[in-house]
Write a protein that binds this ligand. Sequence first.
Ligand SMILES: *Cc1c(COP(=O)(O)O)cnc(C)c1O
Length: 374
Amino acid sequence: MYTGSLRPQIGALDPYTPGLSIDEIRQKFGLAQIYKMASNENPLGVPPLAQEAIARHAQEAFRYPRGGNPRLVHALAELHKVSEKKLVIGNGSDEVIDLLIRMLCDPVSDSIVCFQPCFNLYPIQAQISGVTIKRCPLKEDFSFDFAGMLKAIDDTTRIVFLTTPDNPSGYCPVAKNVRAFAKQLEQKAPKALLLIDEAYMDFCQDEKAFSLLAQGDIPSNVGIMRTFSKSYGLAGLRLGYAILPEALAEGFWRARLPFSVNLLAEEAGLAALEDQAFREKTMETVRQGRTLLTERLTDMGCTVWPSAANFLLFTLPHPAKAADCFTTLLSHGIIIRLLKSYSLPDHLRVSIGNTQENGAFLKEMASFLGRIEK
Ligand SMILES: *Cc1c(COP(=O)(O)O)cnc(C)c1O
């Protein structure tokens, strides 16, 4: 008889909660039309040039991809004007996060530091690795308490996670403040990497003011992650990357599973980088939609947080309940995000959609709030 058991870290694990899938909701409610505005995916779908590349390369899928994704490394290094030696690519940013934790933190003795709430994958992957998690609360307005975070950092800290713009709030600190924090971190904990997750940075109006990567001068203790899942419209193919200190990038390639980025993802990624028209349309759609949803939700009495990303965090006017709103919209085929897993039971997050999605969402919101007794 088998008598093995899960490691305690896995036995106690709350898994990452993804947004609900379209198929799941279609089946449950028997609806024909579902609008998914829960996972911050691209509202315009897959870039046309990437679709062509996937079709063109489908017949090569029986081959292993080339190791190390050199063509994509080259293209991304050009795009960001950084050395190829600093670039790493993974099966989504998720793989980069997971692998960096395992590469840099010894279980038990070492720790990571992140905000509370934050993108849940950081603490979840740390827990799986048996790494200690230290958290610092965000300020009440969801801005960053850099001084508080610095206090949580000590000589066991190996990675400090920042998300800019932040998920789920959309808040984004100016680059000047992040740079100053990196400097303080270097002085207090020279063994700690500041890992900045810029998954949503390209939705900012002015990247130069907010991104250390866009400024082109990355401090030696900083790594920056980006992804193809949002503005590039390839979430389902799983493709993310990071710009790291050279020694870490070199270790990353040795530690990464050899073929974690598949052949079609690499081809689609290369094509997506070329699809300027799609990108421009995406940015325009997101910026216009962000303004529209902010104005309309505010008119309905909701509190909407300013967002630099492709989603909005909001609360409802009293006495409407977030969970009721979520369920009601769901039953009408609109999936948004209830933020229970971020410990924000009164908050909702909606991804900016296309014209049709935004219209359907606003209509159902107005109808839901209209039925609530004031
Ligand atoms: C969506 C998102 C990512 C992207 O993860 P992938 O694994 O690249 O899909 C990374 N970080 C944050 C905070 C996100 O919200």
